[in-house]
Design a binder for this molecule. Structure first.
Ligand code: ACO
Length: 341
């Protein structure tokens, strides 16, 4: 096991097992919705969307393709990479704000679809921060030796809660999924640390007003378009940059690492300007930052999982490299994780 950096857990006389991502996989639907298509739907332009967000197109799932379907497809790919069969999986965690139904948990539907009959299953809701929250929760079970194999998925069908008449939001989001298999791998520190944070004072910056116990579905709530997400873009933007930077810095501090030691920074793919501002403030070079949002837009909980999968597939990350994941989302929530890949 490399000791070129500090494992923050050593400080607590760490007795548990380390937890690595042994498999990663992602899936995006086939249908592409380009900026030119949006120009025909709302008063917007390709030029505005690209300049303000960096997004060129996003994927939209088919009518009969649900969050659980996309989650299961990413899961199969992660399982293949890890060499894991469904019967080995002890726990399925699905991070999503677009579950198939309010209940049962989408994780239970995924458990059935992949045939992980032995696994416990639950959803977690931390919006765009869900994948890092999921990694941190999942690794607790590996460290404690409660489970050997945990499947963490970020999956979203955001097109189902997007108001296609609202140009302020509809240009930003897309559908997709990403999955990781967590296991102990000998001679690797794996997930070194994960920072998670939340600020419920700012819950109204990004939310879906109806459909919960506060405002159950009625004819009026549907007519008032309350079942679509709403966002205060400017405020969200400012908070995103601040929270992502401080979470990333806290993670680096815990591991006594300088940003130059990080091979690849994988930020939440919400807006190119947010990514650039975060990279700049952290002192990362453009080469260190991984960006794929031009193809997919913001896929919320799936975002960094898809990006991580693509970074690995593109050869941007090799085993032993240090990577930094940093996210931000509704809640508000945020997180950062440092992983020895
Ligand atoms: N096309 C054309 N004009 C538009 C569009 C559009 N699609 N959307 C907004 N505009 C207009 C506005 O109406 C406004 O016009 P006005 O000045 O006449 O009122 C003008 O463009 C500027 O709008 P701003 O809101 O000031 O634009 P801004 O530069 O802040 O960019 C954006 C907006 C892209 C939404 C940005 O604020 C942003 O990315 N915010 C963060 C979003 C985010 O990261 N969310 C992450 C969490 S997501 C989750 O958890 C699910």
């Amino acid at each position: 096991m490399s000791s070129k950096f500090k494992n923050p857990r050593a400080r607590f006389n760490f007795q548990g097992r380390t937890c690595s991502i042994t498999g990663i996989g992602s899936y995006v639907p086939a249908k592409i919705l380009a900026n030119a298509d949006l120009e025909k739907m709302v008063d917007t332009s390709d030029e505005w969307i690209v300049t303000r967000t960096g997004i060129k197109e996003r994927r939209i799932s088919a009518k009969d393709e649900f969050t659980s379907d996309m989650a299961a497809k990413a899961a199969h790919r992660a399982m293949k990479m890890a060499g894991v069969t469904a019967s080995q999986i002890d726990l399925v965690i699905v991070a999503t704000i677009t579950p198939d139904m309010p209940f049962p948990a989408t994780a239970c539907v995924v458990q059935q679809k992949i045939g992980a009959k032995r696994a416990a299953a639950f959803d977690l809701e931390a919006a765009c921060s869900g994948f890092i929250y999921g990694l941190e929760i999942g690794q607790q079970f590996i460290m404690s030796r409660t489970y050997d194999t945990v499947l963490v998925i970020g999956a979203e069908k955001l097109s189902s809660i997007t108001d296609w008449q609202d140009r302020n939001t509809c240009v930003l989001f897309g559908d997709g999924s990403g999955a990781a298999i967590l296991q102990n791998r000998e001679n690797s520190h794996g997930l070194l640390t994960a920072v998670m944070g939340a600020d419920g004072d700012k819950a109204d910056l990004l939310f879906m007003p109806a459909g919960g116990s506060r405002c159950p579905a009625t004819r009026e709530s549907v007519d008032a378009r309350l079942h679509f997400l709403r966002m205060s873009g400017k405020e969200t933007f400012k908070n995103a940059v601040q929270a992502m930077c401080s979470a990333a810095q806290e993670a680096l501090r815990r591991c006594e690492l300088d940003i130059t030691r990080i091979k690849c920074v994988i930020p939440h793919q919400a807006n190119r300007r947010i990514i650039d501002a975060v990279g700049e403030r952290l002192g990362a070079t453009p080469e260190q930052m991984f960006v794929n949002l031009e193809k997919y837009g913001n896929t919320s909980a799936a975002s960094v999982a898809i990006a991580l999968d693509e970074a690995v597939a593109a050869g941007r990350i090799q085993r032993g490299d240090l990577i930094l994941l940093v996210v931000f989302g509704a809640g508000l929530t945020w997180g950062a994780a440092i992983i020895e890949w």
